[in-house]
Design a protein around this ligand. Structure first.
Ligand code: RM4
Ligand code: MN
Ligand code: MN
Length: 430
């Protein structure tokens, strides 16, 4: 048996054992939705067309700020990562694209990588630059910043790295560059807040100027970490200012874990949609900060409310509305493949639920100030168990009705653990 994919016989046997239950659950849900004048087949078609990108860095074991406990069979390089992404997509059928991170994913032959991806039915989404950590042999350190560093040569090096990312992205078929910088300060007074932002604009303008015509630039904000007093692109306001200054191809990326606690993220999404500045998402979940937990594991209602805004925007034909959907998470107590499949399904679930909202009724309740019924209209959609739709979508696409169960039955992790040597313990976030 090949180590690159799960044998079809394993998936077939898995599905066979669950087919009868799925048929009856799907028929029952179809009846319930028909009573609400919703065509289950239309919802299924919508969900089948939905995809979310896998972060290449998500298939490795992440760490805490204190330690990293490597898991068995961790990917050694980008080809191994791609193989794991292939397994995720084969079973969960919701993740047709991969988002690479440079230099973590550097390789000697990009066309070989592109072919390896295509062989697994994968292609590449936005490419991510990294100027938040130093690389071996690097001339200038990012300890005190990168694109906003006080030293012009350090800024130039960071700009150059982003240009290299664009060049790599062009070779693998990416159409966007995601820029997240850790730049900021740890002490009041450490950094001139206004000048740091000016330097950010100066550097990003040079990157923006190098974007191919059909590319977008995604600016990702984050409230803190690694800088804990201020970050240069701290919130959607700073991100929006920068994206507006740069031009139409620059937009704001919303990572769900990058906000202050209790911030209303769906409202930010609505504002960015209205301004034509929503780049897309890094989906994950959190209780405290940038926890990078599996999507929907802490606050699935928030995720649903985000999708409620997105479906509303799509159905209202907002011009040029094409958000990029990516996961961004880190695992140190679960198998990354299981977690990523679970997250992809959680995102898909919220999308499906948002498709169930009776928008005509909701608008009427809003316009007549019927607060209770407006809230109920959302709750009715959110409380609908759409599991049979997700299962059927996976089944029809050749995936597994229950991806985690099929994955465990395949013993994929054990097989790759024999080939991939165990990584020693280390520290740090990634
Ligand atoms: C950051 C941010 C970026 C991701 C890195 C690894 O917190 O979320 O998107 O590239 O982590
Ligand atoms: Mn992110
Ligand atoms: Mn993050």
């Amino acid at each position: 048996m090949s180590t690159s994919t799960i044998a079809k016989s394993v998936v077939d046997a898995h599905n066979e054992a669950r087919l009868r239950d799925l048929r009856s659950d799907y028929a029952h849900l179809g009846e319930q939705l028909a009573r609400r004048h919703i065509d289950i087949e239309a919802v299924r078609a919508g969900v089948a067309a939905f995809g979310v990108a896998i972060p290449s860095w998500g298939v490795g074991t992440g760490g805490t700020r204190f330690a990293r406990f490597p898991g068995p069979g961790e990917p050694r390089h980008v080809f191994d990562k791609l193989q794991d992404c292939g397994v995720i997509h084969q079973l969960a059928r919701a993740t047709p694209t991969v988002s690479l991170h440079i230099p973590w994913d550097k390789c000697g032959d990009w066309s070989e990588l592109r072919q390896a991806a295509a062989a697994q039915g994968l292609s590449f989404d936005a490419i991510n630059s990294n100027t938040f950590s130093d690389q071996k042999g690097q001339a200038h350190s990012y300890k005190f910043g990168s694109l906003t560093h006080t030293d012009a040569a350090t800024r130039a090096q960071a700009v150059e790295h982003n240009l290299e990312c664009i060049a790599i992205g062009q070779k693998i078929g990416s159409k966007a560059l995601t820029v997240w910088v850790g730049d900021g300060s740890n002490f009041p007074g450490q950094q001139h807040l206004r000048r740091a932002f000016e330097r950010y604009l100066e550097s990003t303008r040079r990157i923006y100027a190098a974007l191919p015509a059909d590319w977008r630039m995604f600016l990702e904000h984050k409230i803190c970490e690694p800088a804990f007093y201020s970050t240069v692109i701290q919130d959607w306001g700073s991100s929006f200012l920068a994206a507006s200054a740069l031009g139409a191809k620059a937009q704001c990326l919303v990572d769900l874990g990058h906000h202050a606690p209790s911030v209303n993220i769906e409202l930010i999404v609505a504002r960015l949609v209205a301004a034509g500045k929503l780049a897309g998402f890094h989906f994950n979940d959190s209780k405290y900060g940038d926890d990078d937990l599996d999507s929907g594991s802490i606050n699935p209602f928030q995720l649903f409310l985000v999708f409620n805004e997105l479906v509303d925007a799509a159905q209202s034909n907002v011009p040029d509305f094409q958000p990029a959907y990516m996961l961004d998470q880190s695992h140190n107590v679960t198998d990354p493949i299981e977690s990523l499949m679970t997250s992809a399904a959680a995102v898909q679930r919220c999308y499906a639920q948002a498709l169930l909202v009776d928008r005509k009724a909701l608008t009427a309740y809003q316009d007549s100030n019927d607060v209770l019924m407006a809230s109920q209209a959302l709750k009715q959609a959110y409380q609908t168990d759409v599991t049979p739709i997700l299962q059927r979508v996976r089944l029809e696409a050749g995936g597994a009705i229950d991806p985690v169960a099929a994955y465990r039955a395949s013993a994929y992790r054990d097989r790759v653990a024999e080939i991939r040597p165990a990584a020693g313990p280390s520290s740090g976030i990634v």
